[in-house]
Design a protein around this ligand. Structure first.
Ligand code: PMP
Length: 360
């Protein structure tokens, strides 16, 4: 068996150990005589999985007691709507920092709910950077400030997070949650689709400060109200049981390899291998993101022209690399190097990049 060098942007690589564990438990989960997929979501076997996933996320991310963890469906995209529906009250203004396509999409949904304001944007430079904190201009009556911590498509990432007195920070962390330690208390709410660092698609993790639940209007559709899910431990309706099971395995894996600090160390090493090739290529490879804003999760780069890009990608495919095509809005190439992408895959890509450059 040969595993692909998987650089997909999401769904993306999962740790081999996790897949093997799921395989071993697939047909008979802990003596139940059935797979996790076949368990009732009200069974004690499933409940243990659900609680473990939640407890491990709290442990690994150091989530304080006054926060709740929810497992929802609808992807990060549904959070684009749920956040303003729950927290943008009449007379308030939702503030957004635009750092890429996903922030634009989040803003678009907020506009359908109420008043919005663009607090900062790097669109003019085709989202090559994250704004400086002093460029963020909040509106009056700000309901919250929304940011995208890692911009999957453009390959930029917030290295640190701003704090504003009396304005809650909300972050879409879909593509970098669990990749580094974060100070949860800087945020009122964090959401992330699982399919990059947390597991397979199908579940969205939401971490929110409990006092926010008091602000939610009562007339929201039940399923779109965070309180519904907080009050029922994310078991109001049938949760995506298999995705949550896979999440628990991924979290166990992170814990076993040394937690989020170790993961961060590995990610920095992986990313620097690729950025070094780019920086030492005398302009043959060009990083889309400016230094200081570069993502440790999605390394975006271009080649001198379209023809070389095509040849690079064709050769990469032949050499067993998957998912290196850049998103159409940036062009070029993108290597997504989430937690589960091993160092060896990055080293192999580095070697391929060097030899491709030498040949041309
Ligand atoms: N936000 C970010 C930063 C993303 O990368 C993605 C998906 N690639 C989304 C939101 C949308 O997530 P979903 O497909 O789970 O709705």
């Amino acid at each position: 068996m040969k595993r692909a060098y998987n650089f997909n942007a999401g769904p993306s690589a999962l740790p081999l150990e996790v897949l093997e564990k799921a395989q071993a438990e697939l047909i008979d989960f802990k003596g139940s005589g059935m797979s996790v997929m076949e368990l009732s979501h009200r069974s004690k076997e499933y409940d243990a999985v659900h609680q473990e996933a939640k407890a491990l996320l709290c442990e690994l991310l150091n989530i304080p007691e006054n926060y709740d963890v929810l497992f929802l469906q609808g992807g990060a995209s549904l959070q684009f709507s749920m956040v303003p529906m729950n927290f943008l009250a009449e007379g308030q203004i939702a503030n957004y920092v635009l750092t890429g396509s996903w922030s634009e999409k989040a803003l678009k949904e907020a506009k359908k709910v109420g008043q919005t304001h663009i607090a900062a944007s790097t669109k003019e430079s085709n989202y090559r950077s994250i704004p400086n904190f002093d460029e963020i201009q909040l509106s009056e009556n700000a309901a919250y400030l929304h940011i995208t911590s890692n911009n999957t498509i453009f390959g930029t990432q917030w290295q640190d997070f701003p704090s504003f007195e009396n304005v809650d920070l909300i972050a879409d962390m879909s593509s970098d949650i669990l990749s580094r330690p974060i100070d949860i208390e800087k945020f009122a709410l964090i959401y992330a689709g699982a399919q990059k660092n947390l597991g397979p698609s199908g579940v969205t993790a939401v971490i929110l400060r409990k006092d926010l639940l008091e602000r939610i209007p009562e007339n929201l559709p039940t399923m779109l109200n965070y309180k519904t899910h907080a009050d029922s431990n994310s078991l109001y309706n049938t949760p995506p049981t298999f995705s949550i099971y896979m999440l628990s395995l991924v979290l166990n894996w992170v814990k076993e390899i040394g937690g989020v600090n170790e993961v961060q160390k590995r990610n920095e090493q992986k990313a620097s291998i690729l950025y070094n090739v780019i920086d030492e290529s005398n302009g043959f490879y060009n990083a889309h993101a400016l230094p200081g804003s570069r993502s440790f999760m999605n390394v975006t780069f271009t080649l001198p022209n379209e023809e070389l890009t095509k040849e690079f990608l064709a050769g990469a495919k032949e050499a067993g690399f998957v998912g290196l095509n850049g998103h159409r809005s940036v062009g070029g190439c993108r290597a997504s190097i989430y937690n589960a992408v091993p160092l060896e895959a990055c080293e192999a890509l580095r070697d391929y990049m060097i030899s491709f450059k030498e040949k041309h």
